[in-house]
Design a protein around this ligand. Sequence first.
Ligand SMILES: *[C@@H]1O[C@H](CO)[C@@H](O)[C@H](O)[C@H]1NC(C)=O
Ligand SMILES: *[C@@H]1O[C@H](CO)[C@@H](O)[C@H](O)[C@H]1NC(C)=O
Ligand SMILES: *[C@@H]1O[C@H](CO)[C@@H](O)[C@H](O)[C@H]1NC(C)=O
Ligand SMILES: *[C@@H]1O[C@H](CO)[C@@H](O)[C@H](O)[C@H]1NC(C)=O
Ligand SMILES: *[C@@H]1O[C@H](CO)[C@@H](O)[C@H](O)[C@H]1NC(C)=O
Ligand SMILES: [Cu+2]
Length: 581
Amino acid sequence: MRLTNAFSLLALAGSALADTVTYDWTIDWVTASPDGFARPVIGINGQWPCPLVQVNQGDTLIVNVQNNLGNETTGIHWHGFTQKGTPEMDGAVSASQCAIAPGSSFTYQFTADYSGTYWYHSHVMGQYPDGLRGPLIVNDPADPYADLIEEDVILTISDWYHSQTIPLVQAMLSPNNTAFFIPPVPDSMILNEGGSNLIPFAKGKTYRIRLINFSALSAAFVTFGSQVMQIVAQDGRYITPADAYTIRIDAAQRYDVILTCSESDVNEPYLVALDANPDYTNPNATPRPITFPYNSTGYLVVDPDGAFTETLEVEGSFTPIDDSLFSSATETSASLGEADQTIQIDFNFCVDANGTPQACFNGRPYVDQQVPALYTAATVGDDNTNPIVYGNVNPYILESGQTIDIIVNNYNFALHPFHLHGHHFQVLERPGTGAGPYPGFTTQSSECPAFRDTVTVYANSYAVLRFQADNPGVWLFHCHIEWHVDMGMSASMIEAPEQLRGKQFPQDHIDACKAVGQPYQGNAAGNTEDPLNTTGFVYLNPQPYLGALFDPNSVTTPQAKRARDERKMKRSAKKFPMFTS
Ligand SMILES: *[C@@H]1O[C@H](CO)[C@@H](O)[C@H](O)[C@H]1NC(C)=O
Ligand SMILES: *[C@@H]1O[C@H](CO)[C@@H](O)[C@H](O)[C@H]1NC(C)=O
Ligand SMILES: *[C@@H]1O[C@H](CO)[C@@H](O)[C@H](O)[C@H]1NC(C)=O
Ligand SMILES: *[C@@H]1O[C@H](CO)[C@@H](O)[C@H](O)[C@H]1NC(C)=O
Ligand SMILES: *[C@@H]1O[C@H](CO)[C@@H](O)[C@H](O)[C@H]1NC(C)=O
Ligand SMILES: [Cu+2]
């Protein structure tokens, strides 16, 4: 997937005023076989892979979404976008909106306030590994690399599964799986969703590769052999350029790297090795030894008629560059000082009262409630500064204007990529495997640590993440291994709740709640009389796991009835296996 005309777009962006860019999307089931195995996937406008979205910094994006899935809800998150002033457009189902029922439509409208490499993906439980994800590029009108680069190339990397996510997660959530909490193991790896892995590479020319990790589970090591890559941005923020031969890109992370073709005469291979290991630095990590189950070789193409035969092997272990040492290229704060508020999140796996394996923050998994937390913040008045009203969504109240540190202690033997919505944080410190929990003081890893939105936290170790509470909203903080989100590995940052009181929502967003039969006012259970009355709160994640599956029989609103009737007409007597017993 190559960005055609990237160069002329960049030139245009320099002179054009901010635009409004509108997309009309239907979300559909389609069949695809990116690795040779045909399976149903979730696509857009009847096509898969999902389309590239490309806009200029400052543009307003309007995406009209129509859910044609018939049997599943949906909701789309714009990963890495700040959504400043539009927290209701973040697409995080259960935090900032209700799920979009089959037959319903929903409009997202927001500004692309930063340039860089992003992606969009479904943010309903377990849905994006079924295919609903795509690249989102925001061109920088003042791109510092514009004169240097010949072409922008997107390289997406993902693990891939032959089964759909609902049965995969149902198997994972078996009480039998509480020894090692093993996630579904991928069946293959795909680059560019099964498309071309050839990168043009002409002598004397320079290329920007936008690496995006779409994975549900796996990280990947990427190495361009003898070619040194200059890393210039991570997660849509410029860094002081860093040279590397190998980079490890975790689920949901992005890197912009610059490659210059100097003297090559042959089509040089590059290697992408899927890292599905618990901890690549520790060959004894329970329960599996280190293996790289899937490798993919692509080529830097100097001569399209030449040979594509060389392969690349890495001897010994991969030694990726340490991204926690990167510095910001745009900020210069020499000393960061003390935080105003510190939130400590201790992560470990756990088991709930059903005996179901879960992922816990400070002993508790995230459990979906009836009312999205943002709607609760908007409708319970003064009580919205009391975390009780939000229910069991691991809520933390952030005071407006404060400097916040999140300390993540990872008590597990595996690496986990943590993502914060609504913000880019500075990684103040992120030691390797075995450092233990946070010792109580921070050894800042660089003078002005780089910003990013997803950070890998090593096994039995910790990270210190800093940001300013300057963006009122409800922002999820979660592991970006989708299987762990399904186990409850999320927290809710309720930021500047005073400024959310009385917030209004577009009518189609309210209608979305009606169509799935959920209240959109009051505390987590929809109690508007007494927000501190916890009757109706949900304490356990449902068993069996239903993911995004839409149960039309549980909904009684007119919209739901209409959707039900339409579906009946379309699909006659075909029943969902989940509901036939
Ligand atoms: C769990 O283990 C028991 C006993 O080994 C076995 O009978 C059962 O089928 C397993 N259940 C699942 C869902 O794997
Ligand atoms: C993408 O991230 C996942 C999750 O951490 C990781 O397992 C996988 O190796 C990554 N893929 C690449 C190509 O970096
Ligand atoms: C993938 O490449 C790495 C590095 O060369 C190697 O250690 C690993 O065995 C390879 N995996 C497969 C399945 O070939
Ligand atoms: C809490 O709300 C429930 C359901 O609306 C109600 O039945 C119950 O009486 C309330 N409890 C108190 C203490 O008001
Ligand atoms: C939903 O429909 C799609 C397309 O027919 C099918 O592949 C999928 O298995 C269904 N999902 C469930 C949970 O029944
Ligand atoms: Cu995780």
